[in-house]
Design a protein around this ligand. Structure first.
Ligand SMILES: [Zn+2]
Length: 206
């Protein structure tokens, strides 16, 4: 038997790791060998953390970010501004905006953007849940109510902003968009705090 001949278990590990975003087969192989080399205890802790997170974390019943409780910490907080909802693509975008410390309202996570090419319509993302939330909470009747669109600068992000604006405008809600210091194709997730903070502070009404 040759040294480094993958066993079935090793092949399976490389295969699973290579399915993670940004991990090619080379990186997956390197990670797999790293894990096999590491202390058993450390690797089992990682396996437990993965299992625990997947078992305990679910979507917030109001904003659809990740949480371990029914309502996430932000939705449940009495000090957040309930009259402002910031629309983002992913839970990781909430984290990015939170790190800027320039936003004190609530969120609504769409879990994607509209993409006719990929067959992603409004039913596949949390758009109707947003409309339901806004109607049920009589959001438009609240003083200074505002929806802030903070989708990533991409063709799909643009199309989604337009779609949501058209749905919300008749309800008489102020709609704004974050000012982009972000390049087209860029992502909130990878932008620095200062850029996100400025984009949020300089948001413009649609
Ligand atoms: Zn929430």
């Amino acid at each position: 038997m040759q040294i480094n001949t993958p066993t079935d278990a090793l092949s399976a590990l490389v295969h699973e790791l290579s399915r993670l975003p940004g991990i090619g087969e080379k990186s997956a192989t390197r990670l797999a060998f790293h894990l096999l080399n590491a202390d058993k205890e450390k690797v089992f802790r990682l396996a437990d953390a993965l299992k625990n997170a997947k078992e305990k974390v679910h979507l917030c019943s109001q904003c659809y970010t990740y949480t371990e409780t029914d309502l996430c910490e932000i939705c449940a907080s009495p000090v957040r501004n309930g009259n402002t909802i910031c629309i983002v693509e992913r839970p990781s975008d909430c984290r990015a905006i939170e790190s800027s410390k320039k936003y004190t309202g609530l969120y609504h996570v769409l879990h994607g953007t509209l993409s006719p090419v990929e067959g992603i319509g409004p039913e596949q993302i949390k758009v109707f849940e947003l409309i339901k939330r806004i109607n049920e909470q009589k959001f438009s009747e609240q003083e200074n109510s505002e929806v802030v669109l903070a989708l990533n600068p991409s063709v799909e992000g643009e199309a989604t902003c337009l779609y949501i604006s058209k749905l919300l405008k008749p309800l008489g809600i102020k709609i704004s968009r974050i000012a982009y210091g972000l390049p087209m194709g860029g992502s909130l997730e990878y932008a620095d705090r200062g850029t996100i903070g400025r984009a949020m502070e300089n948001r413009v009404e649609c």
